[in-house]
Design a protein around this ligand. Structure first.
Ligand SMILES: [Zn+2]
Length: 142
């Protein structure tokens, strides 16, 4: 007898006390970052302290949602649940605010011809698994 297994699904984020606010805003279609009020420098990923000065005088602010393609590698060997999208870029976007975020580029075929370094991008929020309800930020060309 053949066992019927459900199709694999992408692992969803597990917010913790440091990242809950970030993920709540992502679900609302907004991208928020943190800034150190002592250094006046933004940072990402979310945490309770500044990665530069280790100060805890930090605040949240809404990001512009604009960035540029900093670098990428095209993955041709996807893990389970990612096969339909391969080949796809594992990209690093530098946000207008100066922080960098690892992500995927949507809206265009992920080929070296299409993925031009420094190309302007904007953030979008899409469900990680279709119909799964959990959104994550992706980036698309402007
Ligand atoms: Zn600081």
């Amino acid at each position: 007898m053949t066992e019927q297994r459900p199709a694999p699904r992408k692992p969803v984020p597990s917010p913790n006390i440091e990242t809950q606010f970030y993920w709540d805003k992502v679900q609302e279609g907004e991208l928020w970052l943190q800034r150190c009020q002592d250094c006046d420098k933004p940072y990402f990923y979310p945490r309770f302290f500044c990665p530069r000065c280790l100060g805890t005088n930090v605040e949240w602010f809404k990001a512009s949602g604009r960035g540029r393609l900093h670098t990428y590698v095209i993955n041709h060997r996807p893990p389970p649940a990612f096969e339909a999208e391969a080949p796809y870029a594992l990209a690093v976007v530098e946000l207008e605010e100066g922080v960098r975020m690892m992500t995927n580029i949507h809206g265009i075929a992920n080929t070296p011809e299409n993925l031009v370094l420094e190309m302007p991008l904007r953030v979008v929020f899409e469900e990680l698994n279709p119909g799964g309800g959990v959104k994550v930020p992706y980036w698309v060309p402007t």
